[in-house]
Unconditional design. Structure first.
Length: 315
């Protein structure tokens, strides 16, 4: 994988940069860099005080080659020998390992996360996802880093046959795990209305709803996340039992965007006789574009969904 110099730190020939800086910008876990150094001799030439690693420009060039070759499917030991020698291994290897992802002018963190995903480097993905959540918070981390990287995997998968499926699955798993680790940043909001989140029947794509659920959790707002492919009868029963102010119904494709289901959910009532209530239904996801029922809110993106839920809660 080619790592553009535009996304590397400025490295002087003698001073060098730290392992942490190189790891973040190349999308390699620091532990992976230390392992490569220990096992294959792919390490920094300068060590301050005999211990602290400082990577020079020449060191980073070798590491860049190592990353490119391992991402292309070359075994690490063979890639290390070639990287140290400054040559590529002999041609003819039949590798199905994916190449770089189409990210355009995305954030630097997207590139690091994409490189880690292509290498199937679980530890690097976890470290980078934690870092972007700490740095940007939700929803910015989702809108500007996680979602663009996931979309780049999807675009590559669509044009590469059966390749990249393993990259997409592993990246999705780690994004989901990072979102579920989000915790409230303040005490519970007294009197806040409940939001119920569910995918339409037959719909298996949940990550965007997980991002919304995590953001509500972080804001200490009550939420129930029911996930993928909730049957219609089960959804109606969940609404009756929980009495939510709002129901967010996700559909990734037009096939799962069922307008009749929206009507059914909007008709569900709860509460004592004479003071019964019904939920506001928000439809989310690209499947609803041009198909949402009249006067039904269709927020585009996480920020709009949060604003729409806030508007429902202030009724």
């Amino acid at each position: 994988m080619n790592v553009s110099a535009d996304f590397l730190p400025e490295v002087s020939a003698d001073g060098g940069v730290t392992t942490g800086e190189v790891a973040r910008l190349l999308g390699v876990a620091p532990t992976t860099l230390r392992s490569w150094d220990r096992r294959y001799g792919i390490g920094p030439a300068v060590r301050q005080g005999g211990r602290h690693r400082r990577w020079t420009a020449a060191d980073v060039d070798v590491l860049r080659t190592m990353c490119r070759l391992t991402s292309a499917g070359t075994p690490p030991a063979e890639a290390a020998r070639a990287a140290r020698a400054g040559v590529d291994p002999p041609a003819g290897r039949d590798s199905r390992a994916p190449g770089p992802l189409p990210l355009g002018r995305a954030r630097q963190e997207c590139r690091g996360l994409a490189r880690a995903a292509v290498r199937l480097d679980s530890q690097a993905m976890d470290e980078q996802l934690t870092a972007v959540l700490d740095r940007y918070g939700l929803p910015a981390a989702w809108d500007e880093v996680m979602m663009p990287t996931l979309h780049s995997v999807g675009r590559k998968w669509e044009t590469a046959g059966e390749r990249y499926i393993e990259v997409e699955h592993l990246l999705s798993w780690h994004v989901s795990g990072a979102l579920r680790k989000v915790s409230p940043r303040r005490p519970p909001v007294v009197g806040a209305g409940l939001s119920l989140l569910a995918c339409a029947p037959g719909e298996s794509h949940t990550l965007a709803l997980e991002a919304l659920a995590a953001t509500l959790v972080q804001q200490a707002l009550p939420v129930r996340m029911f996930g993928a492919a909730l049957p219609a009868d089960a959804l109606e029963e969940a609404v009756r039992r929980t009495g939510p102010d709002a129901v967010v119904l996700w559909a990734q494709s037009r096939v799962t965007a069922d307008r009749a289901l929206v009507t059914r959910v909007e008709a569900v009532e709860w509460g004592v006789r004479g003071a019964r209530r019904r939920p506001a239904v928000l439809v989310a996801g690209p499947g609803w574009t041009g198909r949402q029922p009249p006067e039904t809110r269709h927020p585009c993106g996480l920020t709009e969904a949060l604003a729409a839920l806030a508007a429902v809660g202030s009724r």
